[in-house]
Design a protein around this ligand. Structure first.
Ligand SMILES: Cc1cc2nc3c(=O)[nH]c(=O)nc-3n(C[C@H](O)[C@H](O)[C@H](O)COP(=O)(O)OP(=O)(O)OC[C@H]3O[C@@H](n4cnc5c(N)ncnc54)[C@H](O)[C@@H]3O)c2cc1C
Length: 367
């Protein structure tokens, strides 16, 4: 059984960021990931500009800009049965644009950077249990391996095994919504514009990955997804053989506590944001950076200092997610009631200035 300063569970943007920055500050870090890398995941593949400062902090911004990607110039909002409106995206810095980049590539780069920073990375190693042994956490994987550390970062996504094991998640409130995602060849005549489409039963997004490939995402209530998928497949159209990935739930209340007894929740494991606005990766990167900064501060990890760090993270996390989520929360409220969203959306299509204003609140350089 090996002992580490810190064990990070999950190598998404939150986990790899926190692991790399912690290792860069001198900690001995183990990063455990369930999937085999590289892997795709359910995501719209859009990186919000507010994530760039963390990529700069990691020292990989240039490498991210070099990945196969596109920079959308405009966004098209459409509503089934009610037409569409196109608006230009807010101007961005050349070095920190809204970027459409495949998660397979972005997450692999983040994990490779963590390894280069000194992190021990083990993929294909799903964590199955955690238990406290004296003042250490014992983490066991499905391979039967056990690892020890005083500090654990759970960055294992919206269905965090860690949070569930330790009772840190609030119970789900509503009927779960589902997200579906696939990569498709450009539909005929597609000009690369970022698209958000409101259907009767949910919403969807199309984003250009370049080289003739686009990302198609759909979000709907559980019972309505079959119809929504059929509608989207006819609209774009999608070859029937396209492989869809799925995830649920789409909404989840903030965790009961994001830090407790040496275990810290980070990224989606702590707080899920509505996919519609494409901000989840940025929040994951920023929460990973925030947490690494707090864990690396000060010299000793005595019980008193650890309690202070937990309180610092709780406050920092509240501030991080408290700022700038207004439009995101509005889209969540609406998309949890798709019939109302579908009735109201055509009214908003007639006000491109309002759409531009709302878009500029989401696609922004500062947070
Ligand atoms: C339909 C949809 C579309 C979206 N579109 C966008 C978008 O366009 N832009 C955007 O910014 N955000 C988008 N998001 C949100 C975004 O995908 C997430 O917010 C982001 O991935 C969160 O990053 P994370 O690191 O917290 O978690 P994740 O990216 O979910 O990473 C968690 C990692 O933990 C691993 N893991 C899970 N369980 C275990 C275990 N037991 N042991 C070890 N490892 C484990 C997983 O394999 C995974 O690699 C979308 C979400 C959905 C559902």
């Amino acid at each position: 059984m090996r002992k580490h300063d810190l064990i990070v569970i999950g190598a998404g943007p939150a986990g790899s960021t926190c692991a790399a920055l912690s290792a860069m500050s001198g900690k001995k870090v183990l990063l455990l990931e369930a999937s085999r890398f590289p892997r795709d995941k359910v995501c719209g593949d859009c990186l919000n500009p507010t994530g760039w400062p963390v990529l700069d902090e990691l020292g990989i911004a240039e490498q991210v800009r070099s990945l196969p990607s596109t920079i959308p110039q405009k966004i098209r909002f459409s509503v089934v049965g009610a037409g569409q409106t196109e608006i230009p995206l807010p101007p961005s810095n050349e070095s920190s644009p809204e970027l459409v980049v495949r998660r397979r590539d972005l997450d692999a780069l983040l994990a490779e950077h963590a390894i280069a920073s000194g992190v021990t990375f083990q993929d294909g190693s799903p964590v199955t249990s955690l238990r406290k042994v004296s003042d250490l956490w014992e983490i066991t994987t499905s391979l039967g391996e056990s690892h020890l550390a005083k500090l654990v970062v759970a960055a294992d996504g919206r269905n965090s095994v860690t949070a569930r094991h330790l009772g840190m998640h609030a119970p789900l409130r509503r009927t779960a919504r589902i997200g579906l995602q696939t990569h498709i060849p450009h539909p005929e005549g597609y000009d690369g514009t970022l698209e958000m489409r409101i259907y009767k039963n949910g919403y969807g997004g199309l984003a250009d990955l370049g080289s003739g490939l686009a990302n198609l995402c759909l979000v709907a209530n559980d019972g309505a997804m079959k119809d929504l998928r059929k509608e989207a497949e006819e609209y774009y159209p999608v070859a029937s053989a396209a492989a869809w990935r799925s995830v649920t739930p789409i909404s989840r209340a903030t965790a009961r506590s994001v830090a407790n007894d040496g275990v810290y929740l980070c990224g989606d494991a702590a707080r899920v944001v509505e996919p519609f606005t494409g901000e989840g990766i940025s929040f994951a990167l920023r929460s990973g950076s925030l947490l690494a900064g707090i864990l690396s501060s000060g010299e000793s990890d005595s019980p008193g200092i650890l309690l202070k760090k937990e309180e610092l993270y709780r406050r920092g996390h509240r501030d991080l997610y408290g700022n700038g989520l207004l439009v995101n929360q509005l889209t969540r409220l609406l998309s949890e009631c798709p019939r109302i969203a579908h009735t109201l959306a055509p009214l908003i299509l007639g006000y491109p200035d309002l759409l531009s204003l709302l878009t500029s609140k989401v696609i922004r350089q500062q947070y």
